[in-house]
Design a protein around this ligand. Structure first.
Ligand code: HEM
Length: 460
């Protein structure tokens, strides 16, 4: 650790900075921040790179304790090491800890320069309000749930039937159905098969992985935006675009069209979390049986909170966060524990460390849905310790409830009439889970099951 020069927050030495840069930042960037890269994720899985990254931060925490440490880099970057520090940084967003930091703005400018996540000040406030209204942020069951549940059930049934016919469920068949759900929920049924729109978004997102290092592809972005505008004008009832049209109309300050890409693209990691949740339920037979029991005697066509499946998805994003690096940027010189954090410092919360720190968290590497069900000591741990897969504070993910409704209903439908026997990862010990599993490689042997009246089936 270097001296706290000029009263600044302490700085790591060069060796520790290199450890963080190579062992934590590089694997996170390589796996793709905006669009995941399957090959890099396969490597990360094989060499447990995320598990090692957690150990690296854990070692720093053991040596330096709570607080923030600066990296010895030309770009001002500070890493958050303490639990209270996480709550404070996220709680004091967007002032003085702005969500729209330089790297994030660079990445998002490729396809949504006016999205709420890339915004600051008054524009941000207005955009955030519109997002919260359309995504129905506080409600576990979205007001458009009847249409959402119908779309999810139809597509998930098709995925399950297709998997049973072919004998297996893998990422490509899962995500094809998942993305049909997403386009229907966000843009309306008319967008169900709009693969051209999806291809443009995917291409723009891959550019986003490079942040401001790549110039913008204006032609593609204009085409993408044009198609989104078409859906917004169409304003299909029952879709988020329909709600957006009545909420924000064509408010120039909000730029409603630019709010939509985040909804489309953020649903991709939600699909990854869902297929991993299915893997978790096949790893822990007891929990699998409990989840099945919740479904027995339940009318899945009626929108509702499926608590156990929601908790399984929350565990999936706790164990394998889909936003591993939550970034902020100081808007002004800020005091931190008696030291100074200069304006323009990127502040990084590496969520996997907090979610998997076995120095502190009993359940660090265990599948433990009780953490989210609020029962017993596991539930209590969450109130003080930062489990922040959806972030927290004023910048918390406004789509969390919508994601959990969609993912739990999708899972319920996959489980309703089918058995899924996990093929990859072959070994998955629910008490010692690996640092990362690549969603692209998860695979099940799927068979359809003859339903016997109300009896919960078996997960293997
Ligand atoms: C597994 C699924 C998801 C996870 C884990 C997740 C997590 C997060 C996190 C951690 C943030 C904060 C990012 C930051 O501070 O830099 C965030 C922001 C956001 N998320 Fe999600 N998200 C998910 C899916 C979704 C979906 C499906 C939607 C919309 C339909 C959505 C809408 C948003 C929006 C609009 C923001 C920006 C909020 C703001 O700037 O105030 N998210 N999400």
């Amino acid at each position: 650790m270097g001296p706290s020069d000029g009263g600044l927050v302490p700085r790591l030495g060069v060796a520790d900075t290199l450890r963080v840069a190579l062992g934590v930042v590089a694997p996170t960037l390589a796996q793709g921040v905006i669009a995941r890269r399957p090959r890099a994720m396969a490597l990360a899985e094989r060499f447990d790179l995320d598990g090692r990254a957690v150990t690296t931060v854990q070692q720093l925490h053991r040596r330096h304790g709570d607080g923030l440490v600066r990296l010895a880099l030309p770009r001002r970057v500070a890493l958050v090491l303490g639990a209270d520090d996480v709550h404070e940084v996220l709680g004091d967003s967007p002032e003085p800890f702005a969500l729209a930091n330089r790297e994030k703005q660079g990445a998002l400018s490729q396809f949504q320069p006016h999205g709420v996540l890339a915004s600051h000040g008054r524009a941000r406030e207005e955009r955030r309000a519109v997002n919260e209204t359309v995504l129905d942020t506080p409600r576990p069951v979205h007001r458009l749930a009847p249409a959402i549940v119908t779309a999810v059930r139809e597509e998930a049934r098709e995925v399950a039937a297709h998997a049973a016919r072919g004998g297996h469920l893998d990422w490509s068949s899962f995500s094809a159905g998942w993305r049909r759900v997403v386009r229907r929920v966000v843009l309306g049924d008319a967008a169900r098969d709009d693969e051209a729109l999806q291809a443009d978004l995917d291409a723009l997102r891959y550019r986003g992985n490079w942040s401001y290092l790549l110039p913008r592809d204006r032609t593609r972005r204009d085409r993408f935006r044009g198609r989104l505008s078409g859906y917004l004008e169409r304003a299909e009832p029952g879709s988020l675009a329909g709600l957006l049209a009545t909420t924000a109309g064509d408010d120039a300050e909000v730029d409603p069209v630019d709010q939509i890409p985040q909804w489309l693209f953020a649903f991709d990691p939600a699909g990854m979390a869902t297929i991993r949740a299915l893997a978790l339920l096949t790893a822990d037979l007891q929990e699998g049986a409990r989840a099945r029991a919740e479904l027995a005697d339940t009318d899945l066509d009626a929108p509702q909170e499926l608590r156990r499946l929601r908790a399984a998805v929350l565990e999936s994003v706790r164990l394998w966060p889909t936003t591993p690096m939550i970034l902020r940027e100081t808007t002004r010189d800020t005091e931190w524990a008696g030291a100074r954090l200069p304006a323009g410092t990127a502040v990084a919360v590496y969520a996997p460390f907090f979610h998997r720190d076995d120095d502190t968290l009993d359940a660090a590497h265990r599948f433990d849905p009780a953490l989210w069900l609020g029962d017993g000591p596991a539930g209590d741990a969450r109130t003080t310790w930062p489990l922040v897969p959806f972030s927290e504070g004023p910048g918390v993910c406004p789509g969390q409830n919508l994601v959990l409704l969609t993912a739990s209903t999708f899972l319920a439908t996959l489980l309703e009439h089918h058995e899924h026997e996990r093929v990859h990862p072959r070994r998955l010990d629910p008490t010692r889970l690996p640092g990362v599993i690549s969603p692209f490689r998860v695979r099940f042997r799927t068979t359809s099951r003859v339903v016997s009246s109300g009896a919960p089936g078996r997960l293997s």
